[in-house]
Design a protein around this ligand. Structure first.
Ligand SMILES: [Zn+2]
Length: 324
């Protein structure tokens, strides 16, 4: 079903969608219906969110200005809040929240350029995982563009800390290794979660099988407190794993044995993809969250002596040549 997404594991050029595609769902925080549309974008565009609910225009000139004002370019510098999700804000103060699961799906299947139209201040939460977004991207199809793709290659350790929590980006031991490896550890008091680890080399296949299905999670005790603050109004058993004193409250239980750690890996990948390019190196994190993830993304940009931009090599073609 997802065969056409596999092109992204070895393409050396940028990728966008073949066609536009729309979906709708509920905003986790507002609890309202949100419509979202993914549109192809030219090479060099990056990922742009467009708040079409704020579009006001009459003439074509006004439309160009207005489009600019409601457009939010995904980048680590645009992050303005990391409370219960990642929020981006543009220079005109226009916000878009909960971008991390869609950004993660883009990272997982290597979408470089996209326009994401949304008619609300947040993206739809869907089922709390990235699987519905992957299915949407699969339906739209992927197109290879005529521009070389680059990656951030980690040359020296870059780290961020917050108390006992930390995240590192490390160079590969093997200089030939061009993969992005992710290693996430979580440690929760509640025995339903406890200590878990998610460790993988990112590829479209590994992402689809192990990362995309992992849902977000919360404690039952936190839900009422969040509702009282006007947060998570759209939250339900349909879009989150609900944990309560050592029990999973959802009828179907977990989708994956280490679903909690895998969801943290999903978030980490999505937040790091604000960099707009894949990472070549190993990212390892202990008790990560959106604040830590986006700080690591900023640290990668702020340490140009410890990273380099390299063109993505077609390793599979190179391997095939070696075998031949
Ligand atoms: Zn998440």
């Amino acid at each position: 079903m997802f065969d056409q997404l596999d092109i992204s594991s070895s393409v050396t050029k940028e990728v966008t969608f073949k066609s536009s595609i729309a979906c709708e769902g509920i905003g986790l925080h507002c609890g309202e219906k949100v419509r979202m549309k993914l549109l192809p974008a030219p090479a060099g565009t990056g990922i742009i969110f467009r708040r079409i609910d704020l579009l006001t225009c009459n003439s074509l000139d006004a439309q160009a200005d207005s489009l600019n004002q409601i457009s939010i370019h995904a980048s680590p510098a645009a992050v303005t809040s990391t409370q219960l999700g990642t929020t981006l804000t543009n220079e005109f103060g226009i916000e878009i929240s909960t971008v991390e699961h869609l950004m993660s799906a883009f990272a997982g299947c290597g979408v470089d350029n996209a326009i994401v139209e949304v008619d609300n201040a947040e993206l739809p939460i869907m089922d709390g995982s990235a699987e519905p977004f992957l299915a949407l991207i699969e339906k739209a199809g992927l197109r290879i563009l005529n521009r070389p793709r680059f990656a951030w290659r980690i040359k020296e350790k870059i780290s961020v800390h917050d108390g006992d929590r930390w995240a590192y980006a490390l160079p590969h031991n093997d200089e030939e290794d061009t993969t992005q490896a992710i290693d996430v550890l979580v440690d929760y008091v509640d025995p339903a979660i406890g200590k878990q680890r998610a460790s993988l080399h990112v590829s479209p296949q590994a992402y689809r099988e192990h990362v995309a299905p992992a849902r977000t999670f919360c404690y039952l005790s936190d839900v009422e407190a969040m509702h009282a603050r006007g947060l998570a109004l759209g939250g339900s058993y349909e879009n989150a794993i609900v944990v309560n004193n050592g029990q999973i409250e959802n009828k179907g239980g977990l989708r994956l044995e280490n679903e909690f750690a895998l969801h943290k890996a999903l978030d980490l990948l999505g937040d790091l993809y604000l960099l707009g390019r894949p990472i070549q190196g190993k990212v390892t994190a202990f008790k990560p969250g959106h604040d830590m993830n986006t700080r690591l993304a900023r640290a990668i940009l702020d340490n140009p002596d410890k990273v380099e931009l390299v063109s993505v090599i077609d390793t599979e073609a190179a391997d095939a040549r070696e075998l031949a």
